[in-house]
Design a protein around this ligand. Sequence first.
Ligand code: PMP
Length: 286
Amino acid sequence: MTRTVYVNGEYLPETEATVSIFDRGFLFADAVYEVTSVLDGKLIDFEGHAVRLERSLNELDMQAPCTKEELLEIHRKLVELNGIEEGLIYLQVSRGSDGDRDFVFPSEDTKPTLVLFTQNKPGLANSSAAQKGAKVISIEDIRWGRRDIKTVQLLYPSMGKMMAKAAGADDAWMIEDGYVTEGTSNNAYYVKDGVIVTRPLSNDILHGITRKAVLRLAEEAQMKIEERLFTIDEAKEADEAFTTSASAFVMPVVEVDGVALGDGTPGPIAKRLREIYLEESRAQAI
Ligand code: PMP
């Protein structure tokens, strides 16, 4: 089945969907994005993603391409047209194209570019990767200073993934001034003596939609949480670790820089949080 995608008001076969070569997303990475997961054909935490998108746009003085209600309708229509039961919806808004290349932002009448497409991922909730757990390596964090804005500047995270693969691992955790910031595409946590430790929110990390939900659920389950800076050495001595993201939910981490955590299999807190998160997300999906 040819995928149907959305571009600037139109639903088109992916082969017919185009944007300008002058689009500022293409030329300057002048664009923001969101990834929303789909379970049972329904959207997980659409509200959280829509609110963060609005914030990213505001921080960059970028126009909103449409209303939240219209965005919801587009998401739902793409799920329906593509028959998605489990998968992801990628959304990108760029500052658009004014038909040339200029560092100066174009005038207000340049319309933002809005693109959405689905990724069909049967078995997303029951992934074998989550059953095995992920191995991570640490790398230096050399990204820009506004990681709280969800921009499409993903070259370094992409390189980080490649460094991890080259080292026989699955992902990389980034380190700045001696402390872990986050994973290449997820927020990072470790657990020691029953306490969940994760970096506090700031401009240094993305404010994960999954992070917010998982920390709330952990608190409701009477788990202990410490939001503070932590080093990779602390993580190596942890009983267990995990990451959170909209595309992988709660992912157990079983190895850090070659050191196995606990018995080298997914830990009980990560497994429990994954279960609770999936259960509550399915119940709240729209
Ligand atoms: N940090 C980074 C750098 C990310 O790219 C992502 C996923 N886009 C996350 C954290 C997790 O955010 P969310 O739970 O909203 O997917």
